[in-house]
Ligand binder design. Structure first.
Ligand SMILES: NC(=O)c1ccc[n+]([C@@H]2O[C@H](COP(=O)([O-])OP(=O)(O)OC[C@H]3O[C@@H](n4cnc5c(N)ncnc54)[C@H](O)[C@@H]3O)[C@@H](O)[C@H]2O)c1
Length: 258
């Protein structure tokens, strides 16, 4: 996949389940990566990387606040003026009826999942537009196209990220900027162990064939990004749920019964 060779890519959440796969697979395809996460030591595995691509820099940053994101962006700028591609992947989840999730928790979720990707895009878009090229990849979720039971804030943040991306695409396509959103179904990563409030949803209650692996989700996603696909649905369940919401949306209401 020539698309990634020598491309500078900023990736957030790079030490998480999906982020680590993104970083590893993109480096193998020759990308030049700036890898970011909350704690520097969580990125240690990439210190000694040698292969087709390059690790341009490892950055610790907390994107849950305005100050944290501004500091993070200033640190990125010291390494690279304007990346060819940005992958907004950092994210958190919570599960529970909305009224039982403490306000500071869901506000933090909205800041990390929605406001921070918007801040990061806002920071780099003028330079990308002036250059006439750029690719923004926002990691949404199946919860960005259908509601997730017990996940009102997560659903809001991921629908918001899709809506934001769709609107940006209209505004910036003439300036050579591609915007992709990615909508994975449940995938085996640490996010499945997220905070729970008043419920105990167990991922093991789902038919296990439906749960994706990070390797396959990211492999399919990377192929789609290389084709400049705008709306990426990795895995069979994501594709199936997209068909349901388009052609039989009434079935989504059945989730209330469980
Ligand atoms: N795993 C799934 O089932 C699934 C499904 C659909 C979408 N997603 C999305 O994929 C993305 C990656 O999630 P994952 O499954 O790899 O989960 P993960 O928990 O393994 O990784 C998330 C990463 O984000 C980082 N992060 C969290 N808060 C941060 C902050 N304040 N500042 C900087 N970094 C922060 C974490 O340190 C972690 O490395 C998320 O946006 C998530 O919503 C995941």
């Amino acid at each position: 996949m020539k698309y990634f060779e020598g491309k500078s890519i900023l990736l957030t959440g790079a030490s998480g389940g999906l982020g680590r796969e993104f970083a590893t697979q993109l480096l193998d395809l020759g990308a030049h990566m700036v890898l970011c996460d909350l704690k520097l030591e969580s990125l240690d595995r990439f210190k000694s990387y040698s292969g087709a691509g390059k690790v341009l820099g490892l950055i610790a940053g907390d994107v849950s606040t305005k100050e944290g994101t501004e500091k993070f962006l200033a640190d990125v700028k010291k390494i690279i003026a304007c990346p060819d591609m940005i992958i907004n992947n950092a994210g958190i989840a919570q599960v529970g009826p909305f009224g039982e999730i403490p306000l500071d928790r869901w506000e933090k979720l909205m800041a990390i999942n929605l406001i921070s990707p918007m801040r990061i895009c806002h920071y780099f878009l003028p330079d990308m537009a002036a250059r006439g090229s750029g690719h923004i990849v926002n990691i949404s979720s199946v919860a960005g196209i259908v509601p997730m039971p017990g996940g009102a804030p997560y659903t809001a943040s991921k629908h918001g990220l899709k809506g934001f991306s769709d609107a940006m695409r209209i505004d910036y396509s003439k300036q050579g900027i591609t915007v992709s959103t990615v909508h994975p179904f449940f995938t085996r990563t640490a996010i499945l162990e997220s905070e729970r409030f008043g419920v105990n949803i167990d991922i093991n209650d789902y038919p296990q064939f439906m749960i994706e692996t990070p390797e396959s989700v990211i492999r399919e996603t990377i192929k789609a990004i290389a084709k400049k696909t705008e709306f990426i649905l990795p895995g069979p369940t994501a594709k199936f749920l997209d068909l349901v919401r388009r052609f039989a949306p009434g079935f989504l209401g059945l989730a209330k019964l469980f």
